[in-house]
Each structure stands twice: as structure tokens, then as C-alpha cells.
Design a binder for this molecule. Structure first.
Ligand code: SF4
Ligand code: SF4
Length: 417
């Protein structure tokens, strides 16, 4: 216990910046839902202080409150004092995990996802078959398992992972740039078509692409479960791989992976990093200078992920309005409530957070909802189906590719498959 108090005391430098103004309340999706002070950043920070100031003897009691967090970063992004709430929560959780051990399901998930990505690749076909036969199909590529998973609607698993099919170097004919594409776990196993589209699109735009042989998780699930050492190991391994390849950019299509490997990753990495990291849409706009073609689409809308680089929100919105003139701006701009492992641990809370947004999508008869994050896509799809909405959830690259190279699409499919 003494060590734990000492470790939490090391956070004082970060914690002391919180002036308890309560601004974070207005931005916290959990506080907006249940109005508990312990849900919001201020409450969590006060509990950490209470432990190292000696006012709370049984420190393990606070873990469940620190852990009850989407790690959406909205408190940090809106804090007038610049309190690094994400770093405080992750480090506090890691310290508290030393007294309150991770449950066995958590250890199992980490073992497979982080330490045995090859094994995960091998069991992917089984997941694919299991989902097809143990579930009811509720939409294209979306299934409702007949048991377990709290009957949520889940996106299908690919028969073969994206890395299994696309690993290696994809040389563009007239190479202007060379990039490494990091798919992340969700694209590797579930949203494989996003990865395929990105590789094809980049090649068409004269960009050569490296795809890793095996997708190594960005480590964020380990961090959110309180294993900061494993998280740092994953960050180092990935960054070492990127450094070994001769390319100027690392392209991501999951804002949480990007946050895990580069934003928060910077604070845990043991080595410096010399390549530019960019979300695919930012790369298409700012490096390639792409102007997507307008398509005739039914009503479209956009969900901006919490971990998206918010200085690029306007770029993202412009992409969607450029593609579709029939754009509806959602009134509900809040977090979708997914939060990675939060959704697994607190499904009831998670699904209640997305409800408001998906109800708006249904009421406004939105037909295409864009989001550049696979985690948000999973959550929104589940929420829309629950709500009886019709919208398809898509990554913007799917339509950029269709609009830009309409006539080449069938030819590409035969070339790559
Ligand atoms: S975390 Fe920031 S916004 Fe929240 S109470 Fe502290 S200073 Fe205010
Ligand atoms: S990270 Fe999100 S859910 Fe967690 S305290 Fe901050 S605003 Fe609330």
C-alpha cells in the first residue's frame, strides 16, 4: 500500500493543475448520463488526491471509479487549466492495478491480442464461421449473435485478415510518395474493406504502400486495462517496425490507434520517432491535395471521433460536404460511448450514450453516416440497428474511391484479388 500511495503521489505535479472549476462536467458523456461526481474528471482527480493525502485509507476502492471512463479525452480537450486527465487516469489505473489485479478475462484478452497476434490471425476464420452460423444476419455484414455478447449487433469477421492478404510492398506505377499503412486490429479483422480501399486508392494516386506482415496492436487496450508496461512495449515494437521501413509517412485510419501510438505513445516510448504520422484523410487532403468528386447521395451525416485530431475537424467536414451536397449536421456532437474496453465492461452505459445520437440519425432519416474510426463505426452500427434506423455507417474513403475512380473500380478488383 505504501508503494501505491508513493506512485499516486508522483502524479501530484499533474493533479495540482486542476482548479476544481467543474468545466469538465459539461463535456463528460458519463456525467451527462448519470450526474455522478465520481464519473467526471474533477471527481476522479479528487479521489486520487484523497489517497495520497492520507484521507482515504483503502485505495483499492477508487479503482472502479477511475476505470469507469471512456478515455474520450473530452475533459482534457476542454479543460481551461490544461490538465492532462488522460495521463493521470492511465497512470493511476496502472498503480491501482498492482493492488487490485486484472480479472482473468482481461488477462486472456491481453495475452491473445497483444502477445499472440499471429494466433489471432489464425482464429479469425473460426470467428468468421462462428459468427455466420451462430448468429442472425441483421444487415449487410452485421450479425446478432444468438448467445453471449449481450446480444449486441456485431460487424462480421473477415475470413482472412487484411495483413494476411495485403502484407508487403505495393509499388505505385509513378511513385510520388511512399507510406506505411498501419491498419489497427479492427480494420485488420473486421473492417478489412477499409484497408483494401485505402491501399487501392493510394496506389491510384501514385503512392507506394507498405503493409506490415502482422498487425501488432497499438497497445491502448493494455493501457486502459491498467498495464502500462505492456502498452509501452507495443508502442516500442510498432515504432521500431515503422522506423525500419524506408517511407516518409505512417498512415492510420483509426484515431484511437493514432492516439495510442503517437500522441499518448510519445509519453511512454523509449525511442524518438522521425516519420510523419497522419490520418488517411489528412494525408489525402494536405499532402496529395485531393478534391473528391461529388456524388448523388441520399442524406448524409458525419460523426467526428473523440480522438480525431480536432484541428482537422473542418477538413473532415469539408470532405463530406464535397462528396455529398445532401449533408445534415448532427445536433448531437458528443462521444458515441464506445470507448474500446469500456464497451465490453459497461455495455449498458455504453449503449445508453449512443442512443441520443442514433435516435437523431433515425428521426432525420440519414441514410449514410460517415465516421473515420472503426470503433465508432461498430458502436454506431449497433446503435442504429437497435434504434430501427436505416443509415449505413461508412468510412469516407469508401466514397472518395468510388467517386474519384468510378470507371476503374471493377478493373482494380480483378487486379488485386
Ligand atoms: S479537470 Fe480541468 S475542467 Fe475539470 S475541474 Fe479540473 S481544471 Fe476544471
Ligand atoms: S475521458 Fe471522457 S468519460 Fe472520462 S472523465 Fe473525461 S470526459 Fe468523462
Amino acid at each position: 500500500m505504501e508503494d501505491l500511495v508513493k506512485e499516486l503521489k508522483e502524479l501530484e505535479e499533474l493533479v495540482i493543475k486542476c482548479m476544481k472549476c467543474g468545466t469538465c462536467q459539461a463535456h463528460c458523456p458519463l456525467y451527462k448520463k448519470d450526474f455522478f461526481e465520481q464519473s467526471v474528471a474533477r471527481g476522479k482527480i479528487s479521489m486520487i488526491e484523497s489517497v495520497y493525502e492520507g484521507n482515504l485509507k483503502d485505495a483499492s476502492r477508487i479503482l472502479k471509479y477511475i476505470d469507469y471512463c471512456l478515455m474520450c479525452g473530452r475533459c482534457k480537450n476542454n479543460c481551461p487549466s490544461g490538465v492532462k486527465t488522460d495521463e493521470i487516469f492511465l497512470r493511476a489505473k496502472s498503480a491501482l492495478r498492482k493492488v487490485e489485479k486484472l480479472p482473468s478475462w482481461g488477462k486472456f484478452v491481453l495475452k491473445i491480442v497483444m502477445e499472440k497476434p499471429e494466433l489471432l490471425s489464425r482464429i479469425s476464420p473460426l470467428m468468421h464461421i462462428g459468427l455466420k452460423f451462430g448468429s442472425k444476419q441483421v444487415k449487410d455484414d452485421v450479425f446478432k449473435p444468438l448467445f453471449g455478447l449481450y446480444s449486441r449487433n456485431v460487424a462480421s469477421f473477415a475470413k482472412k485478415s487484411f495483413c494476411d492478404d495485403y502484407a508487403g510492398f505495393h509499388q505505385a506505377e509513378n511513385e510520388k510518395f511512399c507510406v506505411i499503412f498501419y491498419p489497427g486490429c479492427a480494420v485488420n479483422y473486421m473492417y478489412k474493406h477499409w484497408g483494401e480501399t485505402i491501399v487501392k486508392l493510394l496506389k491510384k494516386l501514385n503512392v507506394s504502400v507498405y503493409v506490415p506482415d502482422v498487425n501488432k496492436c497499438c497497445g491502448i487496450p493494455a493501457a486502459t486495462l491498467g498495464d502500462m508496461e505492456l502498452y509501452a512495449k507495443m508502442v516500442d515494437e510498432n515504432r521500431r517496425l515503422f522506423k525500419s521501413l524506408d517511407a516518409g509517412y505512417v498512415i492510420t485510419c483509426c484515431p484511437t490507434c493514432s492516439y495510442g501510438l503517437f500522441d499518448m505513445g510519445e509519453t511512454v516510448a523509449h525511442e524518438t520517432f522521425d516519420k510523419k504520422e497522419m490520418d488517411i484523410l489528412v494525408f489525402l487532403k494536405e499532402v496529395i491535395g485531393l478534391s473528391p468528386k461529388q456524388l448523388t447521395l441520399e442524406k448524409t451525416s458525419l460523426h467526428i471521433p473523440c480522438h480525431y485530431n480536432h484541428s482537422k475537424d473542418a477538413l473532415l467536414k469539408n470532405f463530406i460536404t464535397d462528396i455529398s451536397e445532401n449533408y445534415y449536421e448532427l445536433k448531437d456532437q458528443s462521444c458515441c460511448g464506445f470507448g474500446g474496453t469500456f464497451n465490453l465492461k459497461n455495455y449498458d452505459s455504453s449503449k445508453n450514450i449512443v442512443k441520443n445520437k442514433t435516435a437523431e440519425v433515425r428521426e432525420e432519416k440519414v441514410k449514410k453516416l460517415f465516421t473515420p474510426c472503426p470503433g465508432c463505426a461498430m458502436q454506431l452500427t449497433d446503435g442504429i440497428i437497435r434504434e430501427g434506423g436505416e443509415a449505413d455507417v461508412l468510412h469516407p474513403v469508401e466514397l472518395i474511391y468510388r467517386g474519384l475512380i468510378d470507371s476503374d473500380v471493377s478493373e482494380d478488383k480483378t487486379e488485386e484479388n
